[in-house]
Design a protein around this ligand. Structure first.
Ligand code: CS2
Length: 490
């Protein structure tokens, strides 16, 4: 049997090793949501930064729900192989920046303690959009969200992200452990400001004095993160073993491209992430908008339309010429809604995105990206769509994505296979679609009434309705694959 990877492993030649001694560095970061993306992004920047500039910045990972990541990483002393793949081949590197992973349901106090520890100077987050429990109408916490309700009623024994942050911050204040930075790395617009608002709103409801302390002591810079990282599969693990010579249950595969744009507003220092290529700027908003609308918005279109047309991966979907044409049209319309983005040529950025999507060495499943549509559509599609209409533009370029998502909500493919929507609002979607005939107008009415997804003005705009119903009728009538061909010619 192959030996399990650990801190003392000497992998095969060709695997790059950490350029520092991880065990001699202290921890300085708590990261909540240790998924494949974190392991291919922030953990890598921190690993490079410690290699170049040192510092006590190792990461204590936190999983809010499952014990899987902890059982993969802890027996390996936090080590894992990062495989960077493109059509020219793979390169592999051992990452040493994660010290350990704590599982919140098993050790809730360890999570609170980690946030409160004076060693901890930064808490980074990749928990996905739905974990924040945002009320999109007010920007505060959604008091109907079951985890938020639980945590508001049980502030010392939380279950969710905001509850743990508040419990940790409250203990931090008690211990006088000093200022802290909370750095959101999820794909949400103005993500730092957004997290600050929900944290302060929650604190205000539990203890107003704590909210005041947080406002004075904690900073919430925004950041734009980018690296296409599919979920790890058994193939990933096999490839990692072949490359390193060790059994590695935590290996991750990703693309060569990587970007991190961060607002430089840190309350208690930070690693030299710029040495690893991060860009520090005063205002992240234009970069975030660009990435959410051009990369993520196109991803969502390719996910819904591609999945239903039988394309298992984003690569296959974007190699379908007609779907690619629809994607390019949506990108062009999205780009027209963007302010100038300092240092970025948007045409070149769009062309590079299409090449990244087409990377044959990465199998990024359309079904994976299709997950949580109600949390993703607002910033990716509805916001540029609403702005386009407000400027008297045409909704046409965005209508196919909305129609494809609505068709996807029916939960069954054109050849009759059912699939799970994997959406936090799937019960509400099912309730709205219950008894609704297979008719574009009726489906549009049922789903456009989801106010968390479609703001009232947008849902009520006849120009959006006309275009989406038109696209959805074609999809229902001809099936997705043929509808893509027809729509591309329009
Ligand atoms: C994707 C993102 O799953 C999704 O919704 O659009 O995870 C995307 O791959 C990343 O944001 C790329 O940086």
């Amino acid at each position: 049997m192959t030996t399990r990877l650990s801190a003392t492993s000497m992998p095969l030649a060709g695997v790059a090793m950490p350029a520092y001694d991880p065990e001699s560095c202290g921890a300085g970061i708590v990261h909540i949501g240790v998924g494949a993306f974190h392991k291919a992004h922030q953990a890598v920047y921190t690993d490079t930064a410690m290699g170049l500039a040192g510092g006590d910045w190792r990461i204590t990972g936190v999983s809010l729900r499952s014990a899987d990541v902890a059982s993969a990483l802890n027996p390996q002393d936090g080590r894992y192989l990062l495989m960077v793949r493109d059509e020219a081949g793979d390169s592999a590197r051992l990452i040493g920046s994660i010290a350990k992973v704590v599982v919140a349901p098993a050790e809730p106090d360890a999570v609170i303690q980690a946030v409160a520890s004076p060693e901890t100077r930064i808490v980074t987050l990749t928990v996905t959009e739905k974990a924040y429990g945002i009320d999109r109408a007010t920007g505060g916490v959604d008091v109907t969200h079951d985890v938020i309700t639980h945590d508001l009623n049980n502030p010392t024994t939380p279950k969710g992200l905001v509850g743990f942050l508040i419990a940790g911050l409250s203990r931090r204040r008690e211990r006088e452990a000093g200022p802290l930075t909370i750095l959101c790395c999820d794909n949400l617009p103005e993500n730092g400001r957004l997290v600050r608002r929900i944290v302060l709103d929650f604190a205000e409801r539990v203890e107003p004095a704590l909210a005041q302390w947080i406002a004075r002591t904690v900073t919430f810079p925004s950041s734009m993160v980018d690296r296409i990282t599919p979920a790890t599969t058994s193939q990933t693990l096999q490839d990692a073993e072949r490359l390193s010579g060790f059994s590695d249950m935590a290996a991750v595969e990703t693309e060569p491209f990587s970007q991190w744009i961060v607002e430089d507003n840190f309350a208690a220092g930070r690693p030299e992430w710029e040495a690893a290529g991060a860009l520090f700027v005063e205002d992240v908003a234009p970069y975030e908008k660009m990435k959410l609308r051009l990369l993520n918005g196109t991803h969502s279109l390719l996910a819904y339309a591609g999945f239903l047309a039988g394309h298992e991966t984003v690569g296959e979907a974007v190699r379908n010429e007609a779907l690619r044409a629809i994607a390019e049209r949506q990108m062009q319309a999205s780009a027209a809604t963007l302010p100038p983005v300092p240092g970025i040529d948007l045409d070149a950025y769009r062309a590079e995105l299409l090449a990244r999507f087409a990377n044959r060495a990465i199998r990024h499943l359309t079904y994976q990206i299709a997950m949580d549509g109600t949390e993703k559509l607002p910033q990716r599609i509805c916001a540029p769509l609403g702005e386009t209409l407000a400027a008297n533009g045409d909704a046409c370029a965005f209508a196919f994505a909305v129609a494809a998502w609505m068709r996807y909500c029916l939960g069954v493919t054109d050849d009759g296979r059912s699939y799970d929507l994997q959406d936090p609002r799937q019960a509400a979607i099912a309730a709205r679609l219950d008894g609704v005939p297979r008719d574009a107008d009726a489906i549009f009415d049922a789903l456009s009434a989801l106010q968390d997804v479609f703001p009232k003005e947008l849902a009520g705009d006849p120009r959006m309705r006309g275009r989406v119903v038109e696209a959805l009728s074609t999809i229902l009538e001809l099936g997705m694959a043929e509808a893509i061909r027809v729509h591309a010619r329009r």
